[in-house]
Design a protein around this ligand. Structure first.
Ligand SMILES: Cc1ncc(COP(=O)(O)O)c(C=O)c1O
Length: 422
C-alpha cells in the first residue's frame, strides 16, 4: 500500500478532481433521494485516491464504520512516530513535546465544532464526556430529566444511577421511528417536560437506525421551557454538519474515533462557558468549581500520542472537507439502500431522505434474526455489518465510510438479493 505524504496526497487528489471533472454518473443505482451535488459524490477517481489513504483487510469488507472507523495511514504513522519518540524518555518527550500540542488541538477541535476553545475538554470518548456531566450536575431528589428510548445505553445507565442514588426522576419518551417530521419530534419531547424538568438529554444521530434528530429545534423548545439540554453527538462529528453554537445546547460530547478517523480512545466534551463552573469533575481536580474547562482533563496518565494524532485526523478530514464527505456518505447510503429496499421481505427502519439520515441505515429481513443475517453476510460474502438488538428492533445496520467502494456495495446488494430470493 503506497503511502503519500500530505503534500503528495493533496496534489494527487486535486489533480484527480481536475482530470476527471465530470465522471459519468452511475446508472444502476437510480437513487431516489439525492437532490445533492452529484459531482462531489460521484467523482470515482477522487474517491479511489481517498481509499488508498487507508490500510484495509482484503477479506473483511467493513460496513460497520458507525461502531469505530479506521484511521487513515497518515494518522496511524503520526501516532506511531509520537509513540516511538515518547518511549525514548516518556516523562520528557510525552509530557513535554507531545503534550505541548494540547492547546493547538483544543483550538482545532473548537473550529471543527464551532465553539470557543475555552469550552472544549479533550478526553477519551462520548461516554466519558456525557457521564462527567450526568454525574456532575447539581440535581436533587424530585428533579426530572427527559431521555428517549433510543438514547445510548451507557448514558441511560448513568441517568438511572442518579435516579437510584439521588432520587431524580427519569421520564423516557418513546420515539416514533423512523421520523420524517421535525415538529412531531419536538412535540414528543415537549409533552414530557413539566415544571420540574431540569435537563433534556438528546442524541443527534441515533446509532440504532442512523436517524438524524432535529436537535436544534428540540433544544430551542426545551430551553424556552427552562431546561438545560445535553447532546450526544457521538455520530455527528465529521459525518453531518455539527455546530455547538448553532444547536445552542448547554453540554455536548463526541467521539473522535468514529467518523473523524482519529486514534481509538479519543473524544471531546463541550460545555457552554458560563456552565463550566457548576459541573463537578468526575475525577479529582484541584479546584472543582473552577470555570476552566481543563479541570475535566485531569485524568491521570494516558496516551498523549493518541490524543495528539487527532490533529492529523482533523487535517485529513479538512483536506477533503465536510461537504464532500457528507455528500459522499449520502450517496453511498442511497447507492445500496435504494436497491435493497426494493427487495421482497426487506423492511427499512431508517428514513432514506438525506435530511433524516446520513451514512447509516438499518434493515431487517422477514424470517431472519439480525444475527443470522450478519453471520451469513460475513461467512458467505465477507461483509461485516452491525447487529442492532434494541427495543423492538432486531436488524442489521450498514455504515460505509468514504473509503468504501461501489463494488463493495454491489456485493452487499447481491448478497441481500440472494438471502431474500423466494
Ligand atoms: C449514540 C452513541 N453515543 C455514545 C456512544 C459511545 O461512544 P464511545 O464508546 O466512543 O464512548 C456510542 C457508541 O457507539 C453511540 O452510538
Amino acid at each position: 500500500m503506497p503511502h503519500l505524504s500530505r503534500k503528495e496526497f493533496l496534489k494527487r487528489t486535486l489533480l484527480a478532481s481536475v482530470a476527471v471533472p465530470f465522471a459519468p454518473l452511475l446508472t444502476q443505482a437510480a437513487p431516489l433521494h439525492i437532490p445533492l451535488n452529484h459531482r462531489l459524490m460521484t467523482d470515482e477517481a477522487f474517491w479511489a485516491e481517498v481509499r488508498k489513504q487507508y490500510l484495509l483487510d482484503d477479506c473483511v469488507v467493513n460496513l460497520n464504520n458507525g461502531a469505530v472507523s479506521p484511521q487513515p495511514i497518515a494518522v496511524q504513522q503520526s501516532h506511531i512516530s509520537m509513540y516511538e519518540q515518547s518511549n525514548k524518555a516518556p516523562s520528557y518527550f510525552m509530557w513535554g513535546e507531545v503534550d505541548g500540542k494540547r492547546e493547538q488541538l483544543r483550538t482545532a477541535l473548537a473550529t471543527l465544532m464551532s465553539c470557543n476553545a475555552e469550552e472544549v475538554a479533550i478526553n477519551r470518548n462520548t461516554t466519558e464526556g456525557l457521564n462527567t456531566v450526568i454525574l456532575g450536575l447539581n440535581l436533587k431528589a424530585g428533579d426530572e430529566v427527559v431521555v428517549s428510548d433510543f438514547d445510548y445505553p451507557f448514558m441511560l445507565n448513568a441517568w438511572k444511577q442518579r435516579a437510584q442514588r439521588d432520587g431524580i426522576v427519569l421520564k423516557t419518551v418513546k420515539l416514533p421511528l423512523p421520523l420524517e417530521d421535525d415538529e412531531k419530534a419536538v412535540d414528543v419531547y415537549r409533552l414530557a417536560i413539566t415544571s420540574k424538568t431540569k435537563v433534556v438529554h438528546l442524541t443527534h444521530v441515533l446509532n440504532w437506525t442512523g436517524q438524524i434528530m432535529p436537535v436544534k429545534k428540540v433544544t430551542q423548545m426545551a430551553q424556552q421551557l427552562g431546561c438545560e439540554v445535553m447532546v450526544d453527538a457521538a455520530h455527528a462529528l465529521a459525518h453531518v454538519p455539527l455546530s455547538f453554537q448553532d444547536i445552542g445546547c448547554d453540554y455536548m460530547a463526541t467521539s473522535l474515533h468514529k467518523w473523524l478517523g482519529a486514534p481509538f480512545g479519543t473524544g471531546a466534551l463541550i460545555i457552554k462557558k458560563e456552565k463550566i463552573a457548576s459541573v463537578w469533575p468526575l475525577l479529582s481536580a484541584r479546584e472543582p468549581k473552577s470555570a476552566d474547562i481543563r479541570k475535566f482533563e485531569l485524568l491521570g496518565t494516558r496516551s498523549f500520542p493518541a490524543e495528539m494524532a487527532v490533529l492529523d485526523a482533523i487535517v485529513f478530514h479538512q483536506k477533503i472537507g465536510l461537504e464532500k464527505v457528507n455528500q459522499r456518505l449520502h450517496y453511498l447510503k442511497a447507492y445500496w439502500s435504494e436497491r435493497v429496499s426494493q427487495l421482497q421481505h426487506v423492511t427499512f427502519h431508517t428514513s432514506l431522505k438525506p435530511e433524516f439520515s446520513g451514512a447509516m441505515a438499518t434493515f431487517s429481513i422477514a424470517g431472519m434474526t439480525s444475527t443470522q443475517i450478519a453471520d451469513t453476510l460475513f461467512e458467505t460474502y465477507g461483509l461485516h455489518v452491525g447487529i442492532i438488538q434494541w427495543n423492538r428492533l432486531d436488524a442489521v445496520r450498514v455504515s460505509p465510510h468514504i473509503y468504501t467502494t461501489l463494488a463493495e456495495l454491489d456485493r452487499l446488494v447481491n448478497a441481500v438479493a440472494q438471502l431474500t430470493k423466494p
